[in-house]
Write a protein that binds this ligand. Structure first.
Ligand code: AHR
Length: 348
C-alpha cells in the first residue's frame, strides 16, 4: 500500500516537470486559447527584416503627376531624396499627366504589397474606387501636393500641400494693389493649369474671389495651357492673335506657362512686364531669371520641397501617431525688384 502511494507521487512529479519544460523559454508560442501561435505577428520580421510594429524600413510607392514643369521636377527630386535618405525603399511611377496611368500605378503598388502609397493626383475626381482598394488592402495613402474631391476622407491619412486658393488670392491682391491708381478697365487673360486639377480649380477660384470686389478687373480670355511652357506659349499666341492690343495682364497658373507666354508676347512685338503685366505661380528659378531680365512682374511661391516633411509624416503614422487630415505648406511671394538679390539663394 505504502509503495503504491510513493509510485503515484513520483509519476505525478515527473509529469509536472515534463509539462513545465514544454512551456518554458518560448513565450511567443504560448498563444491564447483558440489562436494558433503563428496568428500573433506582432514580433515577427517582415521581408525587409523589420519588426512589423516598428517598420524601420518601409516600401513606399510614389505615384507622381508627371514631369510637366520645373516645379514638378523639384518636387519629384525632393520626395525621392527624402525617401531614400530616410533608408526606405522607393517604387516610383510617373503618370505623364494621365489619370489612367495613376490608377494603374496604384493598383500595381497594391498588388506588390507596398507599406505606404504617396499619391499626387493629376485631377481631383475619379480616384474613389482605387483608393478604396488601397484601404481594403490596408495600405495607407498620403496625398502630396494635390487634393482629391472625394467625400470619404478615410481613404487617405493626410494631405500635405499648398493652399492653392490662397495662392490665387495673393496673385489678385498683388494686382489690385499694383493697379490701385489706374482708372480704366483692366483686361486680364488667364492661362489655366490642367483641366480638373486642384491647382487649376483653386487658383482660379482664389483669384476671381478677390477681383470680384474690384469691378475694373475683367478676365477677358481664359484657357488651359496644361501647366507646360509649350502650351502656355501656344495659348498666349492665340490670345494675342484674337485681341493682342487690349491685353493688360497675364495671370498664369504656373511659371512655366508664364515663361512660354513671355516668349509669345515678345514675338508679337510687345514688352512683357511693361506692356503686359505678367503674374506667375511657383517661384521657380526660371521665374527669377525672367524677373531679373525685367520680363515678369511677380511670382507667387508654391513650395515643392516638402519631401522631408512628408517622410516624417509617414514615419509618424507608422509610429502610431494621429495626423491632421490637412497640412499646408508655408509659402511667400516675390516681385521683380526682389529677384536679383534672391536668385542665388533659390534652391529650385
Ligand atoms: O500641383 C502643383 C502645380 O503643378 C504647380 O504649380 C505646377 O507647376 C505643377 O505642374
Amino acid at each position: 500500500m505504502k509503495k503504491g502511494v510513493w509510485t503515484l507521487f513520483f509519476v505525478a512529479m515527473a509529469l509536472l516537470l515534463f509539462l513545465s519544460a514544454c512551456g518554458s523559454g518560448d513565450e511567443a508560442n504560448s498563444a491564447p486559447e483558440g489562436e494558433s501561435p503563428t496568428q500573433d505577428r506582432s514580433n515577427e520580421e517582415d521581408s525587409n527584416g523589420n519588426d512589423e510594429k516598428t517598420k524601420d524600413k518601409l516600401v513606399i510607392g510614389f505615384s507622381q503627376v508627371g514631369a510637366e514643369s520645373e516645379w514638378r521636377t523639384a518636387n519629384t527630386q525632393s520626395i525621392q531624396d527624402a525617401i531614400k535618405e530616410a533608408g526606405h525603399e522607393l517604387q516610383f511611377s510617373d503618370a505623364q499627366q494621365q489619370q489612367q496611368n495613376q490608377i494603374m500605378a496604384i493598383r500595381s503598388f497594391i498588388s506588390q504589397g507596398v507599406d505606404a502609397i504617396v499619391f499626387s493626383p493629376v485631377v481631383e475626381t475619379g480616384f474613389e474606387t482605387v483608393l478604396q482598394e488601397a484601404k481594403d488592402a490596408d495600405i495607407p495613402v498620403f496625398l502630396a501636393d494635390r487634393a482629391v474631391d472625394i467625400e470619404d476622407d478615410s481613404l487617405w491619412v493626410t494631405f500635405l500641400g499648398s493652399d492653392f486658393v490662397e495662392e490665387g488670392r495673393k496673385a489678385a491682391n498683388w494686382l489690385v494693389e499694383e493697379m490701385a491708381d489706374y482708372d480704366g478697365e483692366v483686361n486680364i487673360v488667364e492661362l489655366q493649369g490642367t483641366v480638373g486639377s486642384a491647382p487649376a480649380i483653386d487658383r482660379k477660384k482664389g483669384f476671381e474671389e478677390v477681383i470680384a470686389n474690384h469691378p475694373k478687373f475683367k478676365i477677358t480670355q481664359s484657357q488651359t495651357g496644361d501647366f507646360t511652357r509649350t502650351e502656355g506659349k501656344e495659348v498666349m499666341e492665340a490670345f494675342l492673335r484674337s485681341d493682342g492690343d487690349n491685353i493688360d495682364v497675364l495671370y498664369a497658373h504656373n511659371d512655366d506657362m508664364a515663361i512660354g507666354a513671355i516668349q509669345a508676347i515678345e514675338e508679337y512685338g510687345l514688352n512683357p512686364a511693361e506692356d503686359i503685366i505678367v503674374i506667375g505661380v511657383d517661384a521657380v528659378k526660371g521665374a527669377f531669371e525672367a524677373m531679373v531680365a525685367g520680363k515678369m512682374n511677380v511670382t507667387i511661391e508654391c513650395n515643392p520641397q516638402f519631401g522631408p516633411q512628408l517622410v516624417g509624416l509617414i514615419e509618424d503614422h507608422f509610429a502610431g501617431n494621429e495626423l491632421p487630415k490637412r497640412i499646408a505648406v508655408e509659402e511667400s511671394m516675390y516681385t521683380m525688384d526682389q529677384a536679383a538679390d534672391l536668385i542665388e539663394s533659390r534652391t529650385y
